[in-house]
Design a protein around this ligand. Structure first.
Ligand code: 5GP
Ligand code: MG
Ligand code: MG
Length: 184
């Protein structure tokens, strides 16, 4: 196992931890204002949303509850198909609840679209989506996204919960990976 510093694997940083933190505060204030007097259920999609979920919910001042789902999307290679299998379902009954799905990143949005539809069929009062990052492809997504942290260029990024082959989720910045990482 190599114990080298993660930063040696990075090409360039797109957003620093400080920039992300400032943006999360803004999103939290916006969400607090829009859910005032209600108590949203924040639904995180594992594993990528672990970091944004913990930062977002702690930046909020209103009451919230938190729950998690894990899903796997069947697709060819790197593209998701929108055909989804639920690996871990919610613990809570969401009938009548205001659900806010918390995502790390939206690319095609196909997986998310399935998820939102699925949550609505369970009788949620409302289902909205917050994502920390959004790719250009997402403009074609069949799902409305209410809160977006940053729009990214069409590059593969890691950090702030986002992985490559299971690693780099713990990187505090969001960055592209150096070519040597892909060719070893
Ligand atoms: P979608 O269904 O929106 O196409 O798929 C979104 C999922 O693809 C994300 O939850 C994430 O797992 C993965 N993904 C999309 N773009 C990136 C990226 O730039 N970096 C990483 N690490 N994962 C990505
Ligand atoms: Mg995700
Ligand atoms: Mg991943």
């Amino acid at each position: 196992m190599d114990a080298a510093d993660i930063s040696a694997d990075l090409e360039h940083v797109l957003y620093t931890a400080d920039q992300i933190e400032a943006r999360v505060k803004e999103l939290a204030a916006q969400i607090d204002a829009e859910y005032e007097g209600r108590q949203p259920l924040l639904v995180g999609v594992l594993n990528g949303a672990m970091i944004i979920m913990s930062d977002l919910c702690r930046a909020m001042h209103g009451h919230v509850e938190v729950d998690w789902m894990a899903i796997s999307s069947y697709g060819s290679g790197t593209h998701s198909s929108g055909v989804v299998r639920i690996l871990k379902d919610l613990t809570s009954d969401i009938a009548g609840r205001d659900v806010l799905v918390v995502e790390d990143i939206i690319d095609t949005g196909l997986t998310l679209s399935y998820l939102v539809h699925n949550l609505l069929t369970r009788g949620a009062a409302s289902v909205k989506v917050a994502t920390m990052f959004r790719k250009p492809e997402a403009v074609h997504a069949p799902v409305e996204v209410s809160y977006v942290g940053f729009d990214l260029p069409d590059e593969f990024v890691v950090g702030y919960g986002l992985d490559y082959d299971g690693r780099y989720r713990n990187l505090r910045d969001v960055a592209t990976l150096a070519p040597h990482v892909y060719h070893h």
